[in-house]
Design a protein. Structure first.
Length: 442
């Protein structure tokens, strides 16, 4: 019968169309979307999982990560005039999320740190002048039929401050220097990448520009992520290259270590709930939000007006970030917050022997629910922090306020983003917050 052969053919065609469409052109189009998986670096599912680390090792590393991430975000230049531009790095790799994907033809699996504060996608490539330790084999472009080097004449090359280009026919070289002296240098290249590997399938992207890093250095000798996937709104970010204006993620609580968190792009993105504008950030391409105030219970902290204003030199403002473990708040505001929390919480306060956190209580999980509430007032959105978002075990069995003091730039960290579906719309320039049980997001 004709029908019995036509139907599977049509089904095959439809699946080819829906799964293999790609938008190598920079034309913005939001007609298609895809979904991928984020895995917490401390989850046993993560390639970065270190089974010998104790809970207190992990907390200590996540606190250290928050401070060093802050340092590098503050000192990063978006696009320097020098051959090596300083990007916002995400390391050390503790308490952050990795994204698994496939690269090349045939496809090989790899993973990257997701970074909402930078654009370039890069990974370590053979042959290595120098490469740092990673778990998976290093990507070998000579084994891939879809690999191509980008030349100086191509538009992608004009998006980076390369200085080697004397003629159009040369390879386009890139160089990244991170604040902690780690670096990646190599050739801007183009490859097929497959994102997804979820129940809704794979999504193949052709001709994605990325940095093929042949000379990479890292501080420390632990296994590190093979690379980074940038998710800001600059022209070489994954978002811009696939011509999508939306993405969203919902971070499953860290204690649910064996479940990954969905990240959705394009039409699949869930921009749901109250929205707050993304603010212009001068030369930095971070996701700046308007933080108008903070309340403890119903009492507004007496924060001086303008404390969280974005400054032209990038040393101020408030951002939502995928690479910082714990929220960092301007130290004056942090002191007000601690004072009001103490005043409004009737639980046994104790000193933190680990010296990582300032406000800790020795109490049960039921009792910590009774601690005072904290609300962040963004333009258009009130974000009430849940018990899980406020408190962390310090590794010593105490509940400690998981917010750290800083100067300059303030950051909404990943601990405070758990169980909130966060949507980014870079067309309307808004971020949405929707408190949600992220384990239930398909
Ligand atoms: C996605 O693609 C990879 C690489 O080709 C393959 O190994 C994997 O099984 C695919 N996953 C799904 C859900 O189709
Ligand atoms: C490799 O990178 C290091 C660190 O940036 C640099 O000192 C060295 O000159 C580079 N080597 C080559 C061959 O480019
Ligand atoms: C902060 O920004 C607001 C709105 O742009 C402005 O009116 C105010 O003067 C700024 N305050 C400071 C201290 O810079
Ligand atoms: C302490 O909290 C109470 C309400 O619980 C409030 O009335 C009082 O003003 C607060 N005191 C200080 C010093 O913040
Ligand atoms: C993203 O890029 C588009 C196009 O360049 C621009 O109109 C928009 O304002 C940008 N959004 C953000 C949040 O930077």
């Amino acid at each position: 019968m004709a029908g019995s052969t036509t139907l599977p053919l049509i089904a095959l065609l439809i699946s080819l169309i829906s799964l293999s469409s790609s938008f190598p052109s920079p034309q913005k189009s939001s007609t298609i979307g895809f979904q991928a998986r984020l895995i917490h670096s401390n989850s046993p599912l993560s390639p970065l999982y270190n089974p010998t680390a104790t809970p207190s090792d992990r907390i200590r590393a996540a606190v250290a990560n928050s401070f060093s991430r802050h340092h590098s975000l503050e000192s990063s230049k978006s696009r320097g005039a020098s051959p090596d531009w300083v990007q916002a790095p995400v390391r050390p790799y503790s308490g952050v999320y990795v994204l698994s994907y496939y690269i090349g033809t045939p496809a090989t699996e790899t993973f990257a740190i997701v970074d909402t504060a930078s654009d370039l996608i890069w990974l370590q490539c053979l042959p290595c002048v120098e490469c740092y330790k990673q778990i998976d084999p290093i990507f070998d472009p000579t084994k891939s039929s879809s690999y191509r080097k980008i030349q100086c004449s191509e538009p992608e090359c004009h998006a980076i401050p390369t200085t080697n280009c004397k003629t159009d026919k040369e390879d386009c070289l890139y160089g990244l220097v991170y604040q902690d002296t780690s670096s990646s240098q190599g050739v801007l290249s183009s490859e097929t990448m497959i994102f997804g590997n979820t129940p809704s399938g794979n999504y193949t992207l052709l001709n994605i520009a990325f940095g093929c890093g042949h000379n990479n250095s890292e501080t420390g000798d632990e296994n590190n992520a093979p690379g980074v996937v940038g998710l800001n709104n600059q022209s070489l970010s994954l978002l811009s290259q696939v011509g999508m204006n939306h993405f969203s993620y919902c971070l499953v609580p860290l204690e649910e270590g064996n479940i990954d968190s969905p990240i959705k792009f394009g039409q699949a993105a869930e921009i749901i709930g109250d929205k707050t504008p993304i603010l212009e950030g001068g030369e930095k391409h971070f996701y700046y939000l308007g933080l108008q105030g903070i309340s403890v219970e119903d009492e507004r902290l007496p924060i001086p007006a303008g404390t969280f204003n974005v400054t032209a030199d990038g040393s101020g403002g408030f951002i939502v970030d995928s690479g910082t473990s714990y929220t960092l708040l301007n130290s004056n505001v942090h002191a007000m917050l601690i004072k009001e929390m103490v005043n409004n919480t009737n639980l046994p306060r104790v000193d933190d022997a680990t010296e990582l956190f300032e406000l800790c209580y020795d109490c049960s999980s039921d009792e910590i629910e009774l601690a005072a509430s904290i609300t962040f007032h963004f333009t258009g959105v009130d974000l009430v922090l849940s018990t899980m978002n406020k408190w962390t075990d310090n590794g010593d069995g105490l509940y400690c306020l998981a917010i750290l003091p800083t100067t300059g730039l303030s950051i909404l960290g990943l601990h405070q983003q758990q169980n909130i579906n966060i949507g980014f719309d870079v067309e309307k320039n808004v971020v949405s917050f929707e408190p949600k049980d992220c384990t239930s997001v398909g």
